[in-house]
Design a protein around this ligand. Structure first.
Ligand code: CU
Length: 380
């Protein structure tokens, strides 16, 4: 600093002896400044050239990111609940997992009206869904027998176009699964020719958004030949939620960037986190329970497992034209797929059923099968 400021100071007469030295120093410093300035100029020119070549794509990428709401970092609201969450969970009426009866006759008419509605997906956590038949998510369980004809009528009571795609149908999707404008209806028929448990969902683009907003459900096609008799039957639809807020003060909506990044806030069975932990499904000791499981996603699989039990019969992939596998621990139900499991539990107790991908358990995809009347709770 001192040497830099020195040349600007005027020398006094008593300093004339050192005047020559100052002059030399000044010249040297001037030279140094010129050299440094020259190199700075070179570096600036180089940087500018780099910007000219790379700047345009970078700006375009940033614009794309903004357009599609994929800017990072993503804010997670996983597990965020109000303080009285336990109380709210207890007050919540659980979604029925019971298998409804098969309608009589050769023709089964199914009618659904689509509505935009706010539902609770965890204690005190609200989400704006697009819902089949005012059910929130999942939509109503459709239960038919192999060989019956399903006549599906979808009325769009929502604000944008939607559709319905049945995985149980062999049908031209461009005709049957086409978009239905708000206020309009579509009717189509298909024969339930393949036994199993299948997903149905809205197939309107972007499908990721429509499924993530709750547009999915299960259709069960009982095999004509029948299945081994069981004591209890439950339907579980796995799915995950991606939120743009915590949903506590005001309902959350879809965060598409989180859906693309596979970063759910909640993962559920039948649309509500942990609901069958607070309100367990039931069985008696020695009974066999059948689980009809669909993984609706939009993206996550369900790795189905019953803690303390065995999947005594497992119709993997819902294939009912072949014998089931026996004594299996965990079965993968892929997103968009289904499977059927018979579980016989002899001892009284609380048996958790989970997706054994435990990140999803942490986010709410766990329930209890209460066998008999065990005392207390489970620490598992
Ligand atoms: Cu839709």
């Amino acid at each position: 600093m001192t040497s830099y400021s020195a040349p600007t100071r005027r020398p006094r007469s008593s300093e004339t002896n050192s005047g020559a030295a100052w002059m030399v120093a000044t010249m040297l410093l001037g030279l140094m400044v010129a050299v440094v300035g020259f190199f700075a100029l070179l570096m600036w020119a180089d940087a500018r050239e780099s910007l000219d070549t790379a700047g345009q794509p970078a700006v375009a990428a940033a614009a794309r990111a903004t357009d599609h709401n994929v800017a990072l970092p993503l804010n997670s609201f996983a597990g965020v609940v109000p303080e009285n969450a336990q109380e709210l969970a207890a007050a919540h009426k659980p979604t029925s997992a019971a298998l409804p009866p098969i309608p009589a006759g050769e023709l089964v008419k199914v009618q659904m009206t689509l509505k935009d509605m706010t539902v609770e997906i965890a204690p005190g956590v609200k989400y704006r869904t697009w819902a089949f038949d005012g059910h929130g998510a999942p939509g109503p369980i459709v239960h038919v027998r192999e060989g019956q004809t399903v006549e599906m009528t979808l009325t769009n009571g929502g604000a944008i176009s939607h559709s319905i795609d049945f995985h149980a149908a062999r049908i031209a999707p461009n005709v049957a699964f086409k978009d239905v404008a708000p206020g309009e209806s579509i009717t189509f028929r298909f024969t339930a020719s393949d036994p199993g448990v299948f997903m149905y969902h809205c197939g309107t683009k972007p499908v990721l958004a429509h499924i993530a907003n709750g547009m999915y459900g299960a259709i069960i096609v009982q095999p004509k030949a029948g299945l081994p008799k069981v004591d209890n039957e439950y339907v579980l639809v796995g799915s995950e939620w991606y939120m743009n807020g915590d949903g506590i003060k005001e309902p959350a909506s879809l965060d598409m960037a989180k859906a693309r990044a596979r970063m759910p806030d909640w993962v559920t069975f039948n649309g509500y986190a942990n609901q069958y932990v607070t309100h367990p499904l039931t069985a008696d000791p020695g009974e066999t329970t059948r689980f009809w499981v669909v993984a609706a996603g939009p993206t996550n699989n369900v790795n189905f497992h019953v803690v303390g039990g065995m999947l005594d019969r497992a119709w993997v992939n819902g294939d009912m034209t072949n014998p089931p596998q026996n004594g299996v621990q965990t079965v993968l139900v892929p997103a968009g797929g289904g499977a059927v499991f018979d579980v016989k539990l002899d001892k009284e107790g609380l048996y958790p059923f989970v997706s054994h991908a435990f990140a999803d358990v942490d986010l709410g995809q766990v329930g209890l099968l209460k066998v008999g009347n065990p005392k207390g709770t489970t620490t598992h």
